[in-house]
Design a protein around this ligand. Structure first.
Ligand code: EPU
Length: 431
């Protein structure tokens, strides 16, 4: 297994380009199953989650080519409807194949993805939505079975106790674009990744009204065609690099990113008095003198503050003077990074769904364990801002969602080495 050795203390400087969005690309790959024609996708990040998705599409019968970096061509002429556990278990997001299989084949059998370290991730709303579309849904032997032979447009309320569901909305949209009649999805997720999916489906011939709003109206069509689509930039990757720059008092320009989808996040950085300049397609972070202000944050569905930047923001607030409270409303238990940040010196107390952070701490390097994708990033950022060396283990979590993370950071002057866990110094484990 790979590990990172992070040397702290270097301010980040220079510029990099932000990659395509993982969470937009995954349902977009799944949407390729809705037509037998060729789909060309560009700005696809090189990530292990993308490789897992391609593996499943190929298993289902699609022909998938990768003619150059970032470009993929998918043609799903003839496909089958069963996605087995061996493949689905590798990545929770494979549940977004449910919608396209139902839409195209009017039947689906998908293994239910297993548990997840960031908290329970049920799919009850996905299934409720499909039932509303007149599908017969049952669960047996760990699989969801959907008989959609009588599928028809309908009104669906998709809100849950923690708000809207992103992948659930993607599934319902993809199930209904080829269903007869009109489907009205109330409390639909408004995330930019859903907008990107709707824009691609529209190019394929789907009829979707109110794209980007919480009430989507979909009028079913008989057939969808091929198209070319460029995936939006990754707003979470951009946010992570902005925080990395802030944590090292660096001066960094991020290219290929629009500020449009970063509103709530940039607003909090403004409140923290970080100097940022935005243009149409770039964001520049200016150095500060270690005098940022603490901010209170509540994570919410878009356009609220994204849960996927909560862990990284906890690292930043740990080295910021004052008290900040970060409340997690999407995954109330998503605090697995906290004990590891504490081991590096952070002063954080968890009270229910809130982290109370007393700063400033001076992070000091330690061997730490990444528990999920965003937690990995939070620990690496703490290592960059800290003293000495930080060894971050279980880096495979990071590789799921950040393209060339250490190369990009090293381009900005960081010093991070990717090593094997065999290289971990024995004295790290001495008691
Ligand atoms: N929920 C239900 N029932 C459902 C579905 C969701 O109660 O049927 C709850 C969840 O437990 C959670 C909330 O609703 O409390 C939101 O979950 P959602 O379905 O929106 O999450 P998701 O679609 O599974 C996507 C991203 C996550 C991101 C969340 C929230 C993808 C592939 N994943 O997950 O990304 O955190 O939306 O924005 O798009 C990540 O990239 O690190 C990541 C975890």
């Amino acid at each position: 297994m790979d590990v990172f050795r992070v040397y702290g203390g270097q301010p980040l400087e220079g510029e990099i380009t932000i990659s395509g969005s993982k969470n937009a690309a995954l349902p977009i790959f799944a949407a390729c199953l809705l037509t037998n024609e060729r789909i060309t996708l560009t700005n696809i990040p090189g990530l292990s989650d993308i490789r897992y998705m391609v593996e499943i599409l190929e298993y289902l019968g699609a022909k998938v080519e990768n003619p150059k970096i970032g470009k993929w061509v998918v043609q799903a002429e003839k496909i089958s409807h069963v996605a087995p556990y061996e493949l689905v278990r590798k990545m929770r997001a494979s549940v977004c194949l449910l919608g396209p299989l139902v839409g195209r084949l009017k039947k689906a059998e998908i293994s239910i993805p297993g548990g997840c370290v960031i908290g329970p991730r049920p799919i009850d709303l996905h299934l409720k939505g499909l039932r509303k579309l007149n599908c017969k849904v049952s669960i047996s032997e760990g699989y969801v079975h959907v008989d959609a032979s009588q599928i028809a447009g309908s009104d669906v309320f998709l809100g849950g106790r923690n708000g809207s569901t992103v992948t659930g909305t993607a599934n319902l949209i993809m199930a209904s674009v080829l269903a007869s009649g009109k489907t009205r999805i109330e409390s639909a997720a408004c995330e930019p990744e859903i907008i990107d999916l709707c824009q691609m489906l529209t190019k394929m011939g789907a009829k979707i009204e109110n794209i980007g709003g919480p009430e989507l109206i979909i009028t079913g069509v008989k057939k969808l065609s091929g198209c070319e689509h460029k995936v939006i930039p990754d707003r979470i990757e951009a946010g992570t690099f902005i925080i990395a720059a802030a944590m090292t008092q660096g001066n960094v320009r991020l290219n290929g990113i629009s500020y449009t989808y970063l509103g709530a996040f940039l607003d909090k950085l403004h409140e923290a008095e970080l100097q940022i300049e935005v243009t149409e397609d770039s964001i520049t972070i200016f150095p500060h003198k270690g005098n940022l202000k603490p901010v209170d944050i509540i994570t919410l569905p878009y356009p609220g503050f994204p849960t996927d930047l909560q862990a990284q923001m906890s690292s930043l607030m740990s080295i910021t003077k004052g008290i900040s409270i970060i409340t997690e409303k999407i995954y109330p238990n998503r605090f697995m990074h906290v004990p590891e940040l504490q081991r590096m010196g952070a002063n954080i107390a968890i009270e229910g769904p809130s982290a109370i952070i007393k700063g400033p701490c001076k992070f000091s390097g330690a061997p730490v364990m990444a528990s999920d994708l965003r937690a990995s990033a939070a620990l690496i950022l703490a290592g960059l801002a800290g003293q000495n060396e930080t060894w971050v283990q279980r880096i495979y979590h990071l590789d799921r969602g950040y393209e060339s993370f250490e190369q990009k950071l090293n381009t900005l002057g960081a010093k991070i080495e990717r090593l094997s866990d065999k290289d971990l110094p024995a004295n790290l484990f001495e008691i």
